[in-house]
Design a protein around this ligand. Structure first.
Ligand code: IPM
Ligand code: MG
Length: 368
């Protein structure tokens, strides 16, 4: 039976980079023993233009029913003034929340061929392989109250609420430790227990789960600000970093840049396994945004999008062989010196989005 993919290219460079994933899916359907069926919807500004909302109910239902959602990017200056509830990001946040995608996996891997593209010195990032496990459906992103109110004296007051329950922290902690066991088996938990009550609880719960359920996995607690500093000082000290929604947002951008470009970092957002089928709802998206400044020019880097599809192969379909093949094809293309503008340095061959996608397929052919 064919696996059902629901594609949401979104705005800006989203459709351009999604085209390269579509080409890879077509190639896999034709040449490997796999079968994917794709349906496509609108999210973000493109959904707002068509339906007046950041995602329609019909597309929401399709996302809920799919085996995996492949998401491009949302947002852009065109929609700066749309009502807050309908802003492009609301579509993304609704997908995360309604699909229950609490575990966001953001690997930051430095391809050997790209160690020079990092803003850090080569020896600090060469061979870097860290995984940020970000809680994605709680914290200040969703806590209520969340509002701007007018006070009696006429000024306004804005409130966001940082909120975590024991079970929310427990389940993301388990995801982090389980993944650590498949890697270098170390976990660092980042919070701000020195300032925030939610940080105090976070630290307590992570410590307890670590000690009781994962006694063989070393656990370190680090203040989130210090973690940001350590990431640019000596990133290789980390294996898995687990943190809340907001700190994860920030730390993953830092980690992404270590690898040379935001255009390189994929992510997987996973729900809890279904009690009956064991299947998880899942969405795969690049960490970078819609890059409106370069949209439509055909120069965006499709690698984070392609690598996000590779994560789908791995985490939603257990197609480890195919995922490894796709990752190897990307590494090979980089080794050969092909670069989109964002990762190019002087003297490199700069290629377009399409050329980069086509080169990955050429490598797939060679590997198949
Ligand atoms: C991310 C993005 C989103 C977030 C935005 C687009 C809402 O920055 O996925 O990291 O803040 O989570
Ligand atoms: Mg972000």
């Amino acid at each position: 039976m064919a696996h059902q993919l629901f594609l949401l290219p979104g705005d800006g460079i989203g459709p351009e980079i999604m085209n390269e994933v579509k080409a890879i899916i077509d190639w896999m359907n034709a040449n490997l023993d796999v079968s994917f069926e794709c349906d496509e919807g609108l999210v973000g500004g493109s959904a707002y233009d068509a339906h007046g909302v950041a995602i329609s109910e019909e597309d929401m239902a399709k996302a809920m029913a799919a085996d995996a959602v492949i998401f491009g990017a949302v947002g852009g200056p065109k929609w700066a003034d749309v009502p807050y509830f309908a802003r492009p990001e609301a579509g993304l946040l609704r997908l995360r929340k309604d699909m229950g995608l609490f575990a966001n996996l953001r690997p930051a891997i430095c391809f050997p061929a790209l160690a020079d593209a990092s803003s850090l010195k080569k020896d600090l990032v060469e061979g870097l392989d860290i995984l940020i496990v970000r809680e994605l459906t709680g914290g200040v992103y969703f806590g209520e109250p969340k509002e701007i109110v007018t006070l009696e004296d006429g000024q306004q007051r804005a409130v966001d609420t940082q909120l975590y329950t024991t079970s929310e922290i427990e389940r993301i902690t388990r995801v982090a430790f389980d993944l650590a066991k498949t890697r270098s088996n170390r976990v660092a938990s980042a919070e701000k227990h020195n300032v925030m009550r939610s940080g105090v609880l976070w630290k307590q719960v992570v410590s307890k789960i670590g000690a009781e359920e994962y006694p063989d996995t070393p656990l370190e607690h680090v203040l989130a600000d210090n973690c940001a500093m350590q990431l640019v000082r000596y990133p290789k000290q980390y294996d898995v970093i687990v943190c809340d929604n907001l700190f994860g947002d920030i730390l993953s951008d830092v980690a992404a840049m270590l690898t040379g470009s935001l255009g390189m970092l994929p992510s997987a957002s996973l729900g809890a396994p279904d009690a009956e089928t064991g299947k998880r709802k899942a969405m795969y998206e690049p960490v970078h945004g819609s890059a409106p400044d370069i949209a439509g020019k055909g120069i965006a880097n499709p690698i984070a999008m392609i690598a996000s599809f590779s994560m789908a192969l791995r985490y939603s379909f257990e197609m480890i062989k195919e995922a490894e093949m796709l990752d190897a094809a990307v590494a090979k293309v980089l080794e050969k010196g092909l670069r989109t503008g964002d990762i190019a340095k002087e003297g490199d061959t700069v290629v377009t989005t399409k050329e980069m996608g086509a080169a990955v397929i050429e490598e797939l052919k060679a590997l198949a």
